[in-house]
Design a protein around this ligand. Structure first.
Ligand code: SF4
Length: 699
């Protein structure tokens, strides 16, 4: 029996793998995040290990145009020769790396090192840029450090009120709903979402027995709503002035900036009735410890973050939490519900275009010297800052001629995905490390088969900043290898000046040294230490410490120890409504599928549960368009069209349609989405764009 964690989302539910005739079988295990529960993705996660189309040999595109099996030596020699040729002709930055938030900490770290030292390119970024980058930027700005939840998830259950902005946890992380149970029973759950999602339904009186609040804001108006709540906190004398004076800077500016967000104005912009805004503001304030409550928690998800003003929207959420005196107090605070399995660790160890391991900035001379010292190279050899993911994808086929993709499926997951496909087809070299032929791998010149979660050792960092062990339960099929081995071999072939270890525990020790003294300090952690504790350990964990489950209890991470409040101004969606595109498109996930669906679409039980994409539209809109339930509907923006079956429901606003983004092909939602980005975080605006909607046979 092997104790490990689910391969999918950031909840990292505990599970036990038992040898079975088919390989391994999964049973849930009691762990602080899942308390013995698993969602259907977790229950069926072993099925992906035995996917019939698992890649088991390296593949290189031959003269016939097909991907053909070759030996590892041939494949790696081919990749190294092509990289050398591209870089000789166009420079080091002509080869880029695109990583993933599902890679283990060890792989994420090794990938960053490979890019900077073996390829010597500044161009590395990862799909976490699409996921929680706005919350990361806002957290760094406000608190001086970014850890998704700066408190254990169990703290949420102790709160009297939780404000959940733009997150459908009931579908994306079902076991998390257990932690909301006591809050729901008190009627303290407030959900902000344009849809009556499964999570919004948790606020229904019949669901909670007490009733919470669902604020069904117009897409793209979350920041206005949050500013309106803060206005009410100020106007009704609910702010914790003592806390604000002692622990923050910038409050006067922020207070002034919300003065004009009168409730009637906010109600007009967001569509949320004034009375509901008032109830939400008072519910949160009354729950705060300063006013004698048990605690209040403000949480954001992708709905709030994936906007061109995403960083400022999260900042507004943080300002609200600070005004109520929540961060650092019992059962209280602000947190981001990170989505990907290692979305947190993935952003700490050097996959981001501007960061080195330990959350160090790449343009900081001290940081460069420290990390170069660990790697045994001259700091001047390290390249400078690269560009965020969307900008990087925009360079493909132009300045960037070669691309390595690890743990990402950009042809389905990137915004404006058809443009990404066009650019990728213009590359001189596309190398994809994958375990199944996902849509991006299908276009590759070289596909390198890699191990999956149950076939490898490593660590992951979950949404709480809890570092935990991933353990091996069975051997990989065929010739599949770990990326740690592949990167080490490629680095050697490219005459890397630094050595690349391959043993995961040794790589982790190196990562820990590289992170020492950084914002995400892992120097007190090792595989052996994590093996000795059942529930993992929280970073920051400097050498000699037992980790930090609760942050900010005494001070924030800025040098003066105070949180920085920054006044914000809401922006309009980059692609706003037009006469010929009068409807908003919002996108999201369904219970049965994960991210681009490359894994979950290969699981029969999940396909039975959710077989195809769909378009949710309100009966009023459906009537206007003469659409019946089940009709094919075309959703069109200047970037492309997606066609999927209509699901008519009052759970969506009449001015908005919803599509899940897990499928490629005709129903691919990201053919339509906009690649405009937040100028601070680089986050694309997945969550709102203007579309025309019509019956497909009339479009
Ligand atoms: Fe848990 Fe997420 Fe896995 Fe579901 S997908 S079992 S919620 S870790």
């Amino acid at each position: 029996m092997t104790r490990t964690h689910c391969p999918y989302c950031a909840l990292q539910c505990g599970m036990t793998l038992t040898p079975s005739e088919e390989g391994v079988s999964v049973t849930p295990r009691d762990f602080p995040t899942n308390r013995g529960g698993l969602c259907q993705k977790g229950w069926t996660s072993a099925d992906v290990l035995r996917a019939p189309d698992r890649i088991t040999r390296p593949l290189v595109r031959g003269e016939s145009g097909d991907l053909e099996p070759v030996s590892w030596d041939e494949a790696l020699a081919y990749v190294a020769a092509r990289v050398r040729a591209i870089q000789a002709a166009h420079g080091h930055d002509a080869v880029a790396v695109f990583g993933g938030g599902g890679l283990t900490n060890e792989k994420a770290y090794q990938l960053g090192k490979f890019a900077r030292v073996a390829l010597r390119t500044r161009h590395i970024d990862y799909n976490g840029r699409f996921c929680m980058s706005s919350a990361a930027a806002a957290g760094n700005r406000a608190f001086g450090v970014d850890r998704g939840l700066p408190f254990p998830l169990a703290d949420v259950a102790g709160a009297d009120a939780v404000l959940l902005v733009g997150s459908n946890v009931a579908d994306t992380m079902p076991p998390l709903v257990q932690h909301l149970g006591p809050v729901r029973a008190k009627g303290g759950l407030v959900v902000v979402d344009p849809r009556h999602s499964a999570t919004a339904a948790l606020t229904d009186a019949e669901s909670t027995g007490a009733g919470g609040l669902h604020l069904r804001a117009l897409p793209g108006t979350d920041q206005v709503l949050l500013l309106g709540l803060l206005h009410l906190v100020v106007a009704d004398g609910l702010a914790d002035e003592e806390y604000l004076a002692a622990r923050t800077t910038g409050w006067d500016d922020v207070r002034r900036s919300v003065a004009l967000w009168w409730p009637d104005r906010v109600a007009r912009v967001t569509g949320v009735p004034e009375a509901l805004l008032r109830r939400a503001a008072h519910l949160l304030a009354d729950a705060s410890p300063a006013r004698g409550g048990a605690g209040a928690v403000v949480l954001t998800g992708r709905g709030a973050e994936q906007h061109t003003d995403g960083t400022d929207t999260v900042t507004a959420a943080i300002n609200l939490a600070l005004a109520l005196g929540l961060p650092g107090r019992r059962s209280s605070g602000y947190g981001c519900l990170t989505g990907q399995g290692n979305g947190q660790g993935g952003r700490e160890h050097g996959q981001k275009s501007d960061q080195l391991p330990g959350y160090r900035m790449i343009d900081d001379p001290e940081a460069r010297a420290h990390v170069a010292g660990v790697w045994g190279v001259d700091p001047d050899l390290l390249p400078g800052k690269g560009v965020p993911a969307v900008e990087l994808l925009g360079k493909l086929g132009g300045e960037v001629r070669g691309l390595f993709v690890h743990g990402a499926n950009v042809l389905v997951s990137a915004p404006d995905a058809l443009a990404v496909r066009r650019r990728i087809s213009e590359l001189d070299l596309l190398v994809v490390c994958d375990f199944v032929p996902g849509e991006t791998a299908q276009l590759a010149d070289v596909v390198l088969p890699v191990t999956q979660w149950a076939e490898e050792e490593g660590t992951m960092t979950n949404l709480e900043g809890r570092v935990l062990r991933r353990r091996k339960a069975l051997d990989p099929p065929g010739e599949a290898r770990s990326e740690l081995d592949i990167l080490a071999d490629l680095a050697r072939l490219l005459d890397s000046p630094a050595a690349f270890e391959t043993d995961p525990a040794t790589v982790f020790d190196e990562l820990a040294r590289a992170s020492a003294g950084g914002r995400a300090d892992y120097s007190g952690l090792s595989h052996a230490r994590l093996d000795a504790v059942e529930e993992g350990l929280f970073w920051p964990c400097p050498a000699g410490s037992d980790g930090t489950p609760r942050m900010f209890t005494e001070r924030f991470a800025h040098p003066d120890g105070r949180a920085r409040m920054v006044a914000t101004t809401p922006g309009a969606p980059a692609d706003d409504l037009q006469p010929d595109r009068p409807v908003y498109l919002i996108t999201g996930r369904v219970l049965a599928h994960y991210q681009s669906g490359a894994q979950t679409r290969r699981v029969a039980a999940l396909n039975r549960a959710s077989a195809e994409p769909f378009v949710e539209l309100h009966p009023q809109l459906a009537r206007r368009l003469a659409v019946d339930d089940g009709d094919d509907v075309a959703v069109t923006s200047p970037r492309g069209t997606a066609v999927a079956r209509a699901r008519i429901t009052t759970g969506i606003r009449p001015d908005t349609v919803f599509m899940p983004f897990h499928w490629p092909g005709a129903g691919m939602a990201n053919a339509v989405t906009n690649d405009a980005t937040d100028p601070i975080s680089g986050m694309p605006e997945f969550k709102v764009c203007a579309v025309s909607v019509a019956r497909a046979d009339l479009a």
